[in-house]
Design a protein around this ligand. Sequence first.
Ligand code: DGT
Ligand code: CA
Ligand code: CA
Ligand code: ZN
Length: 573
Amino acid sequence: MLNLKIAKIFGQMAEYYVMKDDKFRPRAYERAARLIESMEENVEDIYKTGGTKGLMAIQGIGQGLADHIEECVKTGKIKIFEKLKKETPLDLESFSAVEGVGPKMLMALWKNLKIKNLKDLEKAAREGKVRALPRFGEKTEENILRSIELSREHRGRFLLDYVSPIVSNIEKNIAALKSTLKIITCGSIRRRKETVGDIDILATAKNSREIMEYFISMPNVEKVIARGETKSAVRINIGIDADLRVIPEKSFGAALQYFTGNKDHNVELRKIAIKKGWKLNEYGLFDENNRQIAGKTEEEIYKKLGLDWIPPEMRENRGEIELALAHKLPKIVEYGEVLSDLQMHTTYSDGAHSVAEMAEAAARLGRKYIAITDHVGHLKIAGAMDIKTIEKQWREIEKVDKAMKNIKILKGCEVDINPDGTIALEDKYLAKFDIVLGSIHSNFKMPKADQTKRLIRAIENPHVDIISHPTGRIIHQRSGYEFDFDEICQAAARTKTILEANCYPDRLDLNDINIRRAIEHGVKISFGTDSHSKNQLHYLNLGVAQARRAWATKKDCANCLTADELMKFLKSK
Ligand code: DGT
Ligand code: CA
Ligand code: CA
Ligand code: ZN
């Protein structure tokens, strides 16, 4: 947990230094925050074994930051941060849910209206006080209110990737107990939904008491909500609830099916049972004489009802039940069929690791090839590359690629799409990359028709292979720019342009619904983790899960092609 705490403090210090017009600190603190947040090793452990020297061995951590971490480990606080907070006592965290309100604006809101937190801001905006401030205006006020609404919709839901490590940890620890027989998490987590409301765990056991005792006294339990022999519920310290049910073996499959859901899928399934004169619930499938005819495994429940087994990701009552009844379920892409990662950043732009470090980590995860896609264009804050730097990177990629036998590295880039739909790099350079991702990183608020035209023009550029994070939405933060999605899909299908299923935990863009629409238009999708650190490369499966939720098959996914096949496909554009 300490990593998150320090990352949060550094992130807020970056914001305070922006308010103070500091030239260098904001970027240094922001980078450190992102780096630490994504690190697997705990900085506290690194400090305890290697001291500040050990910390400084981490790329991007200098003396000053190392001293801060030391102070935080020793005293639980950082004095300079406490001083900054005292000077400008803002609840910065509360504002993180609102898009488009930067530190400078927060400073102005504080100075002029004494706005300290999100609640104050909403009140002032509703009263029309925000628009009166210099450089704010009516439009900004509207946007603030809209984005507060959006964040409210998401309240109480957590990013799948944020919850996953906590879940794995609980599963691992419970599995290690003597009395545990089986343990599995179901609900929206098993369906790999992009956000989850709570953690639903099922277990079978020789004796439920040991499991329950452990569950309610886990170190990260903040509050015990309910405790019992077969069911307990707790609040975990990140604010999410978890419940654990211990189920008899003979009902395990039925419970697994029931608690995996979703609810609508279950309701449809139960109707099929009722039509046969049977009964289906979390204890089993029962015939007209109330004899259990299935329930030990999930497979036998589907089978007895006349359905093929349905992968959990598909269980959303979006037509999968009819197909399973007709034995016509699509063969959705398997996690292991995805060979590559087609978006990542290195130290050449805003990433934390070198080309070689990224390639080695990707190879360890079993990727057969990757595309290095540093920023090109206008994103100064993201360290966009110029021509000289690009050429230098190409030589480096060639060198690393030659040295590494188990992975192929493609020369790629993520280049800005200008407001008029032209690309922020000349064609003669674009032509030299193996793969080009076009992205919208600016002018989000254009009218729908203009935004659509802009994207179509980018798609029509023969050098643009993939449109990256096509809708621009960020989960819990912003809903994405407005454009005609079907028109974009038609243009992409016509030109053989790929649309990305970005795998970054709060992007997942395209989302499951849009992936399905794209596929129906005949568009290929690609997976890119958008990693800014080698510790993020595992995000790949988050995106693949969304594609499975969209019923994508192997042939719909560019990353299921071998590197040679992909190059051939790209040349056919
Ligand atoms: P979440 O937690 O909001 O992300 O979504 P779920 O799908 O995990 O929903 P949750 O935790 O409320 O319930 C877990 C599963 O239990 C749900 O997917 C289906 C099942 N379930 C819950 N309530 C009902 C119900 O009223 N009827 C039926 N048939 N199943 C239900
Ligand atoms: Ca749930
Ligand atoms: Ca639940
Ligand atoms: Zn991007």
